[in-house]
Design a protein around this ligand. Sequence first.
Ligand SMILES: NC(=O)c1ccc[n+]([C@@H]2O[C@H](COP(=O)([O-])OP(=O)(O)OC[C@H]3O[C@@H](n4cnc5c(N)ncnc54)[C@H](O)[C@@H]3O)[C@@H](O)[C@H]2O)c1
Length: 272
Amino acid sequence: MASLLRLSSALALVTGAGSGIGRAVSVRLAREGATVAACDLDGAAAHETVRLLGGPVIEAQAPRGNHAAFQADVSETTAARRLLEQVQACFSRPPSVVVSCAGITRDEFLLHMSEDNWDKVIAVNLKGIFLVTQAAAQALVSSGCHGSIINISSINGKVGNMGQTNYASSKAGVIGLTQSAARELGRHRIRCNSVLPGFIATPMTEKMPQKVKEKVTGLIPMGHFGDPEDVADVVAFLASEDSGYITGASVEVTGMRPAWGGRGQRSGTQII
Ligand SMILES: NC(=O)c1ccc[n+]([C@@H]2O[C@H](COP(=O)([O-])OP(=O)(O)OC[C@H]3O[C@@H](n4cnc5c(N)ncnc54)[C@H](O)[C@@H]3O)[C@@H](O)[C@H]2O)c1
């Protein structure tokens, strides 16, 4: 891993920071010098991430310069707004880097998809990103600060996936939301980009049956699942000024996405 210090003046808010990609992103941004506000629905997991960063474990009360943990459900309007207020109150400035990693799956084939599973996935994966992006952008614009907003989508938002009409729709929505936000916020020097991971080894993909994992792996040209750190590398680049003229982009981190067809596709569900 590169030992760069590209983010030494950044305050980074990471949602979904208690696990998988969000935790790896928190670790990477902190190593690059950022102060991290780690948020998760699971407050204890967010605290554990902050502990890994070497900071004090004080919810929403960290003195400037230290990392802090926050518990919030990003799909709830008041909670998302309160999160941004708390982060701003805690650090006396809005986050200049915002990475939305919070996400869930509720896989079912379209013919059986319950309205509840549709609504839950859209609420967390798409509305949650809308709420956090909007609140963060409002805070940045009103304080005249520039920033970098990075939303974690999925390659399945581009190519779809069996058993994931809800998830793929939410992730396609994230791409459109991020591109539109980039157009609106460019004049405020706020860049917005999305990252489209393929199959990454996290608790989310641990649920996949072993047989499906093996089939999927055989279809990935790089021959293996990615690590959360592979996604974190790209997020760190997009957070930094090394990507200063990149906005509205959707960056694929897939080891080159699997070429679906025939037997690989039949085993459908629990594929991110
Ligand atoms: N793992 C993959 O292969 C993969 C591939 C493509 C995209 N993604 C996306 O990357 C992101 C991170 O996924 P992961 O694999 O690290 O999953 P994960 O399950 O390990 O972590 C997701 C985290 O989000 C948190 N979370 C869930 N609902 C929340 C809410 N309402 N408010 C706040 N936090 C909430 C969870 O508590 C958890 O800590 C997700 O958006 C996921 O869709 C993952």
